[in-house]
Design a binder for this molecule. Sequence first.
Ligand SMILES: Nc1ncnc2c1ncn2[C@@H]1O[C@H](COP(=O)(O)OP(=O)(O)O)[C@@H](O)[C@H]1O
Ligand SMILES: [Mg+2]
Length: 251
Amino acid sequence: MNVKPDFSKNANMASTAPAFLSIYDMHAYYGESYIIQGISFNVHEGEILALLGRNGAGKTTTLRGIARMDDPQVTHGEIWLDHKHLHTMKSHQAAVAGIGLVPEDRSIIPGLTVEENLQLAQIVEPIGWTLDRLYDLFPRLGERRKQEGITLSGGEQQMLAIARALARDIKVLLLDEPYEGLAPVIVDEIEKTLIHIKEQGITTVIVEQNAVRALELADRAVILDTGSIVFDGSAAEVLENAELRAEYLAI
Ligand SMILES: Nc1ncnc2c1ncn2[C@@H]1O[C@H](COP(=O)(O)OP(=O)(O)O)[C@@H](O)[C@H]1O
Ligand SMILES: [Mg+2]
């Protein structure tokens, strides 16, 4: 198990950050509650990393910290994306720098059609995939482009949430429980699009309760337990290690 970050605390991180996305000694709070207790991990360019752990382990908090949301408060640590320091940024700046967070609630904007939800994402430059390209990836969205976004099925809303992230020029897609509440056949469909997105060179971090499906998709895995990292290694290693799965993933 490799849980140690492979870079020095004293080094100039801008020139030595070894990975595309690096989280180094991140600590995060909600008010007085100390949730993320000094985590470090790397995400390599173009890979899919599964960020796993039981309910309440701190997965959502970690994604929100990386995306620089107002809460949690990240009090300590460094977050680097492609040699830019995200830890000094607000969420809108992190978005411009290339972070695309797809939140668990999907956050489809009421009153707007599918197409308007996508166009709204393109108000802020740099613009990512064109609408045509997004509809090629998600034909269901193309067919429903004039339909109000919140009237879509759960799976289609998840597709819209992912498409909306890609409508901006992102480098990293952060997915919070994308398969939640979806039928296996829809999960299959979304999984195929995630493979296609990877082939386009986009880096993905997937948080998923359906750990087996996430591990089958992912190259590597990081497992969190009460705000600390307990495993950092290959996804295949987790699939093969029944003890690890039972202890930290309850599968
Ligand atoms: N807004 C919040 N305010 C206070 N505590 C929170 C808040 N959101 C989450 N927590 C707490 O932080 C811990 C980690 O939560 P979370 O990151 O959502 O876990 P996970 O996504 O792994 O299920 C949990 O103990 C949870 O109760
Ligand atoms: Mg969560």
